[in-house]
Design a protein around this ligand. Structure first.
Ligand SMILES: C[S@@+](CC[C@H](N)C(=O)[O-])C[C@H]1O[C@@H](n2cnc3c(N)ncnc32)[C@H](O)[C@@H]1O
Length: 207
């Protein structure tokens, strides 16, 4: 990630590589109208990219990190889009994070749950359960283990790197950690989309 001097916009090379694929999976599997709350938006590039292709949806991006929020706001200003709000600062480990939002149609989180303690995944699902309307969808993107195993050596190396930075971080296991968490909070897996570079998009709906 890098920023230009005097410009709050953060540029993420990985976003430039994966944003078309994430946008296309999102548009195929997420609601076609209503409001989408994004958490852990980082630079904001994904949300801007999806919002530009989805004028039928309204987006609420946000991040607890101040520099990220400044980047999101700067990308919004540059885009001139009118279907995206100023960034919120929600931290999904805070029990009441969802209380500032009205019922919504989608919750989006890209590359967040592995770069945060597992409490963030728990808070994300708990908040999404009360925030989403009955037909709503939760969309996650990132690397996942499947049934106890990494899906690629690069993901295993990434997992080691994450744990070296913070022992509470790490690539989550879709079958053994995330699906049970989803079930406990009233969600089921609806779609699993294979993405480039051994990532997945996973879409959850309510039971
Ligand atoms: C690896 S970045 C991903 C950013 C962006 N979604 C992307 O894919 O480029 C992870 C983001 O999650 C945010 N984050 C970490 N813990 C969080 C939490 N508890 N609640 C909400 N966001 C969190 C971080 O501030 C960071 O911006």
């Amino acid at each position: 990630m890098f920023a230009m001097s005097g410009d709050a916009r953060i540029y993420s090379p990985s976003s430039a590589r994966n944003r078309d694929f994430i946008r296309d999976a999102f548009l195929k599997h997420m609601p076609t109208k209503g409001v989408i709350v994004e958490v852990g938006s980082g630079s904001g590039e994904h949300c801007i990219h999806i919002a530009a292709a989805a004028p039928h949806l309204y987006f609420l991006p946000g991040d607890p990190d101040e520099a990220s929020r400044a980047s999101i706001a700067a990308w919004i200003a540059e885009s001139a889009l009118d279907n995206i709000s100023q960034p919120h600062d929600s931290d999904v480990t805070q029990e009441n994070w969802r209380e500032r939002f009205s019922a919504c149609d989608g919750v989006l989180s890209i590359n967040m749950i592995h770069i945060a303690p597992f409490a963030a995944a728990k808070g994300l699902f708990a908040g999404a359960a009360s925030l989403l309307k009955d037909e709503g969808r939760l969309f996650l993107y990132g690397p996942f283990k499947r049934d106890g195993a990494h899906t690629a050596p690069t993901n295993e190396a990434f997992d080691q790197w994450l744990k070296g930075r913070d022992s509470s971080w790490g690539v989550r296991d879709l079958d053994r950690e995330i699906a049970p968490l989803a079930n406990r909070t009233g969600f089921k897996i609806r779609d699993i989309v294979e993405m480039p570079a051994n990532n997945l998009s996973v879409v959850f709906s309510k039971y």
